[in-house]
Design a protein around this ligand. Structure first.
Ligand code: AHR
Length: 663
């Protein structure tokens, strides 16, 4: 009997030793194709009238002893400004489909109350309404994202809310807004047509809801120059049928489709877990990669050009509430486990940035996976906050393709990839690589190879802890905070990094993208060439198969004076002269279809028969002459073409005459 026991013990010892051994991850970073931008709105937030998020979290009122600006607490705003919150979703959540916006305007003392039936059955006195929310967004310096009431509200109610917020015409709603102290419209772009309408937002079937999107969407009007970005309620988790029906029946009525996913962990509180609890929550977080991939595949069938965005407007961890708190308030603590899941999610969103163009963490303050917790006048920043702070470098940067071979993190009979990562290049040409080691026991050696990028200098920040449930409290607010990281070596194009167990790391690499050499253009002429065609098309024609009626040169991308009213197409070709290396965004706005290419790559595709619509694309350009081509067709009705540029030191503007040349 002795021998098998000895064998078993030595096997166990080997297992323990090997589980704590450093494992090796291979990472290949390829900067040769930089055309997709990581939309800054992926770093968005969600704040609902739920528990102590709005009240106490943000709103304390003008007479509070807690320092505030116009009733909104200053410490919270300062903390959120630091992580550059780009967009804030409000007023819900489930609350949105029971919210009647007119109850939240006018003198506060006269606003009617309601019962917040979704969240704790408490009385909502409506002291925080549209004006207060818009003031909050202005203090945060972020965009507003308003969820309309489709579940229990009327089409007229939503339509009037949009008019109240966005119109500068003479109208009853505009007058009402002015009477309430706001002269100019706010011009809110992001509006949702309901929330979770398969559940708390009306328990609708997808076919019925798709019809509601068409109906409510019709009366959600554009005012002035502001073009509304309508977001329809999408699926939860892996409800692929919901996505299929929405894309089939309502694709043309929405700019975005939402997705919700929470990583639940039975009823246990946030700090009470063992390694199985760690593993399960990380696994439940990582699964969103599969959900996004499969929903995107369905969307691709109906929308191969990826015009409809996937908006992950609720995500995060969801545990049992902290002892002694109202179960309807969803107040939970936040540990190193939450930091790791936040990093996993953000890496996944970055790597799906061709389809995912906004995400909103649930919820900013005092609810679920909050970044900020408050207790009366005290405030603490959670480990999740620090992940958002470290990852903010990816906002609006160019996504860089990576391939990763990660060892497994094994627990019992289950396994997960131990390391996940994403990378981007910012306007200054710096490469940022974010890495997450989800294994709470094993360090990781990362062997990273850079392609088309030469590194000069590396620095880094790491967030890690000794215990899986390490957290920041009001008494010990700095237990889990980012530290300077220097455990790396680099030579030539290779970087080797040693990551501690359960850690989040962001590397900043100063260097240069190795861009292709540009042609030498001697004595170019100002302007661009154009070819003018006549014919009837429903989409951009194959220009190499048709013969122009006329050709000429023109100073800018404008429709030449002589043309028929309808049924014509234009192809412009030339060079754009770039003075300064950096990331440039090209916008093409047209009625009907158009596209723009730089150096023979289509940057923004705005094809199809439509009213004025704008598309944009981003590209890293070095100084010199780059080939530029714009195509356009007109198929009846209105006609318009505007081509704009935005880049280092250049605010968005129509491409000026001085930048365009031809040979
Ligand atoms: O974030 C809390 C709730 O979760 C939201 O109100 C709802 O949309 C979701 O079910």
């Amino acid at each position: 009997m002795k021998k098998p026991i000895i064998l078993l013990i030595s096997l166990l010892i080997c297992a323990i030793i090997s589980s704590a051994q450093t494992k090796e991850t291979k990472l290949k970073i390829d900067a040769s194709d930089l055309r997709i931008k990581i939309d800054k709105n992926i770093y968005g937030h969600f704040s609902e009238h739920l528990g102590r998020c709005i009240y106490e979290g943000y709103w304390v009122g003008e007479n509070s002893s807690i320092p505030n600006v116009k009733g909104i607490r200053k410490d919270v705003v300062d903390a959120l400004r630091k992580i550059k919150v780009p967009v804030l979703r409000w007023p819900g959540g489930c609350f949105a489909d029971e919210y009647h916006w007119k109850d939240g305007i006018g003198p506060r003392s006269q606003r009617p109350s309601m019962i917040n039936t979704n969240w704790g059955g408490v009385t909502e006195d409506n002291s925080f309404g549209t004006h207060e929310f818009m003031e909050l967004c202005s203090q945060l310096g972020c965009e507003a994202y308003i969820s309309g009431n489709v579940g229990s509200g009327t089409v007229q109610e939503l339509s009037q809310w949009v008019e109240y917020v966005n119109s500068d015409n003479v109208s009853p709603m505009t007058d009402l807004r002015k009477k309430n102290g706001r002269e100019k419209s706010w011009g809110v772009k992001f509006w949702a047509l309901g929330n979770e309408n398969w559940g708390c937002g009306g328990n609708m079937k997808p076919e019925y809801y798709a019809d509601q999107v068409r109906r409510y969407g019709t009366y959600t009007r554009n005012y002035g120059k502001n073009k509304i970005f309508k977001i329809a309620c999408g699926p939860s988790d892996n409800d692929y049928n919901w996505t299929e029906v929405m894309m089939k029946n309502a694709e043309g009525y929405m700019a975005g489709l939402s997705l919700h996913h929470y990583a639940f962990n039975d009823k246990k509180i946030a700090t009470d877990f063992n390694e199985k609890g760690w593993f399960d929550v990380v696994k439940n977080s990582l699964i969103i990669d599969e959900y996004i991939t499969k929903h995107s595949e369905i969307m691709d069938k109906y929308d191969p050009k990826k015009k409809v965005a996937l908006i992950v407007d609720e995500w995060g961890t969801w545990y049992g509430v902290e002892p002694g708190t109202n179960p309807g308030f969803l107040y939970q603590q936040n540990t190193m486990r939450d930091a790791v899941t936040a990093a996993c999610n953000l890496n996944i969103f970055n790597n799906h940035c061709d389809r995912v163009r906004m995400a909103n963490l649930a919820q900013t303050v005092n609810v679920l996976q909050a970044v900020v917790l408050t207790d009366k006048e005290k405030m603490v920043l959670t480990p999740t906050y620090h992940v958002f702070d470290m990852f903010k470098v990816h906002q609006n940067a160019l996504w860089v393709h990576i391939s990763i071979e990660s060892p497994d993190y094994i627990l019992g009979s289950q396994k997960l990839p131990a390391v996940n990562s994403s990378a981007s290049i910012d306007e200054q040409g710096r490469l940022h690589i974010s890495l997450c080691n989800v294994d709470p026991k094993s360090p990781q050696k990362i062997v990273c190879e850079l392609n088309k990028y030469s590194a000069d200098k590396i620095s880094g920040q790491v967030l890690t802890a000794k215990e899986m449930n390490a957290l920041n409290t009001f008494d010990k607010p700095d237990a889990v905070v980012p530290q300077k990281f220097s455990d790396f070596k680099f030579s030539g194009n290779n970087i080797t990094v040693n990551m501690p167990p359960m850690s989040v790391l962001v590397l900043e690499i100063d260097g240069k993208v190795e861009l292709k050499p540009l042609p030498e253009i001697k004595n170019p002429n100002p302007g661009v060439k154009y070819d003018y065609y006549e014919g009837r098309w429903q989409k951009l024609p194959a220009f190499n198969q048709i013969t122009p009626k006329r050709s000429g040169t023109i100073e800018q991308f404008i429709i030449p004076k002589e043309h028929t009213e309808e049924d014509f197409a234009l192809q412009y070709t030339g060079y754009i002269k770039i003075q300064k290396e950096g990331v440039y965004t090209f916008y093409i706005s047209s009625d009907d279809g158009s596209d723009i290419s730089i150096d023979k790559n289509v940057i923004a595709d705005n094809d199809g028969c439509h009213a004025v619509e704008e598309q944009y694309g981003t590209v890293l350009l070095k100084p010199g002459f780059h080939e530029i081509s714009v195509t356009f067709f007109q198929a009846g009705g209105g006609k318009a073409l505007d081509v704009s540029i935005e880049g280092p030191g250049m605010p968005k503007q129509i491409i000026p005459k001085g930048m365009l040349f031809y040979k």
